[in-house]
Design a protein around this ligand. Structure first.
Ligand SMILES: Nc1ncnc2c1ncn2[C@@H]1O[C@H](COP(=O)(O)OP(=O)(O)OP(=O)(O)O)[C@@H](O)[C@H]1O
Ligand SMILES: [Mg+2]
Length: 279
């Protein structure tokens, strides 16, 4: 039996246009045909219609985020092959993508050797957040520090800091690859202090926390930084092979050493935070 007459169909079409729901409008004919054909029942038809609109909205948000958030690529959880990284707790990663950590202003720290998927997962978290309507920003540590240094020299530091404090998710990729100047480290510490308990940061690193002192050129500051980052955080330690080498298993095995980053924060230094704050 047909559920929809042409005039009813036109009225629904006009309502969807009036409400500015182009995704639902585009899906309308197909959904009504499925309803009339008996392939869809009432609630499922409503769900399909609304789902089409949500899909369109999410794509638009993704396009806008790719422009404004400096995300380098589109990487999603659906593209991530968990069978390649058996050490990874799939439930933990999937649960993080439901984004409760953003509500709770917690951080997600991704650790592991090159090519294990740290940036992929950091970007997929940022994309999920952008699709849910949150503001996100991506930068490598080196890029973020360069932008802070330039802003500082140009007298625009507080403006730049505000830009980086505001996003609900800030990905700080590639901590540990490039050397950082003392001023750069201090500016980054300032940024992290301002974001602490205010918004989620997603750092990635190929180095264990014990080695962060060397990266930042200052053990006390690194310790105070780690203290803030790990206070409310999820640590995802990826122990496995580089995906980039997945077709070169023998080479990967030869290159892999057992010095994978340890997620154990260094021994607490009681005075670290006070000393850093006093600088
Ligand atoms: N498990 C996986 N499933 C599908 N693609 C993956 C997986 N792991 C990594 N990749 C892909 O492999 C490439 C390297 O991964 P990624 O850039 O995330 O590594 P990384 O851990 O950030 O490495 P680096 O420390 O060198 O920056 C990317 O193109 C990524 O999308
Ligand atoms: Mg990376």
């Amino acid at each position: 039996m047909k559920h929809t007459t042409p005039s009813l169909r036109d009225r629904v079409r006009a309502q969807l246009a009036d409400l500015k729901l182009p995704g639902a409008l585009e899906a309308l004919d197909e959904v009504l045909a499925a309803l009339d054909g008996g392939q869809l029942q009432g609630p499922a038809a409503i769900e399909r219609l609304l789902g089409a609109q949500i899909g369109l909205r999410n794509n638009r948000r993704l396009v806008a985020a790719m422009r404004s958030s400096r995300l380098p690529a589109v990487k999603t959880l659906a593209d991530f092959d968990f069978t390649f990284q058996p050490s990874l707790k799939r439930e933990q990663v999937e649960s993080l993508h439901t984004l409760g950590f953003i509500e709770r202003r917690e951080n997600v720290i991704l650790l592991g050797l090159p090519g294990v998927g740290k940036s992929h997962l950091a970007i997929s978290l940022a994309i999920a957040a952008a699709q849910s309507g949150r503001r996100v920003y991506y930068g490598t540590l080196a890029d973020l520090i360069t932008s802070l240094e330039e802003a500082s020299l140009g007298g625009r530091l507080s403006h730049r800091l505000n830009t980086l404090i505001f996003p609900s998710v800030l990905v700080v990729d590639e901590i540990g690859y490039l050397p950082i100047s003392r001023t750069g480290a201090m500016l980054f510490f300032q940024l992290m202090s301002r974001r602490y308990e205010r918004a989620s940061t997603v750092p990635t690193s190929n180095k264990s926390f014990e080695e962060w002192g060397e990266i930042f050129g200052d053990e006390v500051m690194a310790s105070a930084l780690i203290d803030r980052l790990v206070h409310h955080c999820h640590i995802v330690n990826i122990r496995g092979n580089s995906y980039r080498m997945k077709n070169h298993a023998a080479l990967a095995a030869a290159l892999r050493h057992d010095t994978e980053p340890s997620s154990r924060p260094p021994a607490p230094r009681r005075s670290a935070r006070r000393e850093a704050a006093a600088r």
